[in-house]
Design a protein around this ligand. Structure first.
Ligand SMILES: [Ca+2]
Ligand SMILES: [Ca+2]
Ligand SMILES: [Ca+2]
Length: 231
């Protein structure tokens, strides 16, 4: 009788131990998400990244670092190799599709954050030159909200005193086609996070990912600041 009670007690003790082990990681996760910090790398378009880098090293790095996510005090310290943001759409010859905050119909690029957390873009870059990947740096404090889109005007209005509203880069896009790079911070070796190479573009024609955020670039219906849709 005594021995059977002992067994019951041991089973109870093991159950409590198992339950505790299950709960601690969940509690930690909930703390992290409350602080709006990227918990896990989004399932990025790895194939596209591999195209850019010519290998899978970044993908491997992300996999290796997947479990390294820890509670961080500052969102801007989020390791860049966990940035889930992609180049989602662009227009290289905007004649009457959408005006920038100053009323000009300029080239534009749409970034998309598919994750459930805001992502700080401070220190990251956009460029249209492979030999100068750090051509234009996002201003300090630039943030892209969770599941949201961000438009960058590619109009060389970066130092235009009248163009304080909106993000304005120091390069334009050629309608004859070129390359756009989304580049990591200096501390991360300026790795290319995403890129798109496009050929000759028709006026007011948008080139974007379909399906939205993950698919290959193709001609899409212009949807600046919104989910991409087919023509
Ligand atoms: Ca402009
Ligand atoms: Ca242009
Ligand atoms: Ca869009």
């Amino acid at each position: 009788m005594y021995r059977s009670n002992l067994y019951v007690f041991l089973i109870l003790l093991l159950s409590i131990g198992f339950f505790a082990c299950e709960q601690i990681p969940k509690m930690t996760d909930s703390i992290i998400s409350e602080e709006e910090i990227i918990e896990t790398p989004h399932d990025m378009d790895m194939a596209n990244m591999a195209d850019v880098n010519g290998d899978q090293s970044m993908s491997d790095e992300m996999t290796n670092n997947q479990n390294d996510s820890t509670v961080m005090d500052n969102i801007s310290t989020t390791p860049s190799n966990m940035i889930p943001v992609v180049i989602n759409e662009l227009m290289a010859d905007n004649d009457n599709t959408i005006a920038d905050p100053q009323g000009d119909f300029d080239d534009w690029l749409e970034l998309y954050n598919p994750s459930d957390s805001a992502v700080m873009l401070t220190g990251l870059y956009l460029s249209d030159k492979e030999d100068n990947p750090t051509k234009w740096q996002f201003p300090d404090g630039t943030e892209i909200s969770a599941n949201s889109y961000l438009i960058v005007w590619l109009d060389e209005d970066h130092d235009n005193e009248d163009a304080t509203e909106g993000l304005h880069a120091n390069f334009k896009l050629s309608k004859n086609g070129e390359l756009v790079l989304f580049v990591d911070r200096d501390t991360e070796g300026n790795e290319i996070l995403d890129s798109v190479e496009f050929g000759e573009q028709e006026t007011d024609t948008a080139y974007g990912r379909l399906p939205n955020g993950t698919g290959d670039f193709q001609i899409v219906k212009p949807t600046p600041g919104e989910q991409n849709t087919a023509q």
